[in-house]
Design a protein around this ligand. Structure first.
Ligand SMILES: Nc1ncnc2c1ncn2[C@@H]1O[C@H](COP(=O)(O)OP(=O)(O)O)[C@@H](O)[C@H]1O
Ligand SMILES: [Mg+2]
Length: 308
């Protein structure tokens, strides 16, 4: 399947802001590896439920977060405080809130890069975190895309996209890389190195790399934070279309309410580590749960402030 992301002007440069120390490198290396390794776990679990004589069971959500709580230091206010949410298979959930509201913490907990103090995380029906369980990141099937992309500078486009596919046979890996590059509109650039690409192209490589192992869930942490408004508006639609084209379930962290409304099938609003509202864009616009959410989304301001 091809989505023409090449239409219109080229996606412009993105100035890469250094991510928090130790976060992006570690997470991105894990991201690609992780999804590759967990791909077989997920596939075997899925196929395990498809016996012809098996009773029909309703599909479980792709992700269930139940009462998740995280404190970085004893005695601190929790960075995440008793958060409950589900993400359906194939759904894009945008996670939005002010800086420090706990968005990155939630993504890192789902990926297995942090341990929770309380609560459970269930990925495709499998408990990956509860008081007795901690499935390591490489067995969870989560792929991460961070705002600075963290491509491997010494690897070509092809090498980056194929990085998480090392367990596949050569022919299968090459086919999958081709398919991904076709999807993101980067065929012909296979031999380029990251420094030979524009910021927008680097972002597409990061997305192709994250999608290549067919992750159980794609986690994106503010991938548009350095773009100007016009560019971001176009890019966010393109990225959302690519995620949908592959049927990937995604949790997409953004801090801009317009991005949350434009991208998400549903939106989760975090405030000081608590989930204050979860709903479809229209539900949030029509019935914000209180003055904080109304203010955050500019509800009551002129309509053209809210581009849906
Ligand atoms: N590694 C860490 N150690 C201590 N406190 C942290 C750490 N990471 C985040 N925090 C704190 O946890 C809270 C939530 O942070 P974070 O999840 O990064 O929020 P967001 O991504 O929404 O900006 C903030 O108060 C932040 O200072
Ligand atoms: Mg963050």
């Amino acid at each position: 399947m091809r989505v023409d992301v090449g239409a219109g002007p080229t996606m412009g440069p993105v100035s890469a802001e250094p991510a928090a120390a130790g976060v992006s490198g570690e997470a991105n290396v894990t991201a690609v590896d992780v999804a590759a390794r967990a791909q077989s776990d997920v596939a075997s679990e899925r196929s395990g439920t498809t016996r012809p004589d098996a009773p029909a069971v309703p599909p479980s959500p792709a992700l269930e977060v139940r009462g998740l709580t995280k404190r970085y230091r004893r005695g601190d206010r929790p960075a995440l405080d008793n958060v409950w949410l589900d993400v359906e298979d194939g759904e894009i959930l945008t996670l939005v809130g002010e800086s420090g509201s706990g968005k990155t913490t939630l993504l890192r907990l789902v990926a297995g890069l942090e341990q929770a103090d309380a609560g459970e995380i269930v990925l495709r029906g499998r408990t990956v975190c509860d008081e007795r369980t901690f499935v390591p990141p490489e067995h969870r099937g989560a792929s991460l895309v961070f705002q600075d992309y963290a491509l491997f500078p010494h690897l070509t486009v092809e090498g980056n996209v194929g990085f998480g596919l090392r367990r596949l046979g050569r022919a299968e890996r090459e086919e999958r890389v081709r398919e991904m590059l076709e999807l993101v509109g980067l065929r012909g650039l296979e031999r380029r190195y990251p420094h030979e690409l524009s910021g927008g192209q680097q972002q597409r490589v990061a997305l192709a790399r994250a999608l290549a192992p067919r992750p159980a869930i794609l986690l994106l942490d503010e991938p548009f934070s350095n773009l100007d408004r016009a560019l971001k508006a176009r890019l966010r639609q393109e990225v959302a279309a690519l995620i949908r084209a592959t049927g990937t379930t995604a949790v997409f962290v953004v801090h801009d309410p317009d991005d949350a409304l434009a991208i998400g099938d549903r939106i989760a609003v975090l405030r000081d580590g608590r989930l204050v509202q979860l709903g479809k864009p229209r539900e949030i616009l029509d019935s914000p749960c209180g003055p904080y959410v109304a203010g955050f989304f500019g509800i009551g301001e002129p309509a053209d402030e809210l581009e849906l």
